[in-house]
Design a protein around this ligand. Structure first.
Ligand SMILES: [Zn+2]
Length: 218
């Protein structure tokens, strides 16, 4: 799951008390941002094992903190606390925490068994990355539906350009297709986590830009 993680963020952003879309985009990928940062510093680990799933060669053999359900709860709670601290809005904090926690369940659908409840086996994952004809339409479908929902619930401000809508859709689609269709890396190097973090940053910035052109939900 890559852009599909943003579906819960787009749906949540339609709630009148939700944080802004850019922040929800960070929430949606919070544990992946942490994972790729941890990989750079060696606190969690991955390697490339060609064929580990049909669509994706990432062998995510050690991610006990970011991709356990318990770890996900702690990340979600920390985010909720930070949002509550700055906004004093319990609703905004809870919505963001829900989006952050959704990540683990979306990963559960697609990953090979590499997720845990509390960091040690049993390892969980339903493996839809082995079934591209199911996974690809599913990921595009949930993201497209959520995007449509966001756009209908958060109308464009008067006179606002529609370019940010097309830019975000275009970049999400382009990077997702690249993720699916570009040759899988043969072995792991640091460009992989750095590229992932760059993609998350670009998505977040484009979501922030888009959200500025939309009216508040009501
Ligand atoms: Zn993940």
């Amino acid at each position: 799951m890559f852009i599909g993680h943003y579906a819960p963020a787009l749906i949540a952003a339609a709630h009148p008390k939700a944080p802004r879309l850019g922040l929800l985009f960070i929430a949606a990928q919070l544990v992946d941002i942490a994972f790729f940062a941890f990989v750079i510093f060696g606190a969690e680990n991955m390697r490339i094992t060609p064929g580990i799933t049909a669509m994706n060669a990432m062998d995510l053999y050690h991610m006990p903190y970011t991709h356990s359900l318990g770890g996900g709860l702690i990340f979600a709670a920390a985010l909720a606390w930070a949002i509550y601290y700055f906004s004093r809005s319990a609703a905004a904090a809870l919505i963001a925490a829900g989006v952050a926690l959704s990540h683990w369940f979306a990963d559960l659908l697609v990953h090979a068994p590499d997720l845990t409840l509390l960091g040690s086996p049993p390892k969980l994952g339903l493996g839809l990355w082995n079934y591209p004809l199911i996974e690809m339409p599913l990921e595009l479908g949930i993201t497209g539906t959520a995007f449509g929902y966001y756009l209908t619930r958060r109308k464009a401000k008067k006179g606002a350009p529609s370019e940010p809508v097309y830019t975000l859709i275009g970049v999400m689609l382009a990077l997702q297709l690249y993720n699916w269709l570009a040759p899988q890396p043969e072995k792991f190097d640091l460009s992989l986590p750095l590229l992932a973090l760059a993609a998350f940053a670009i998505f977040t910035w484009l979501a922030y830009r888009l959200d500025r052109t939309r009216s508040p939900a009501n």
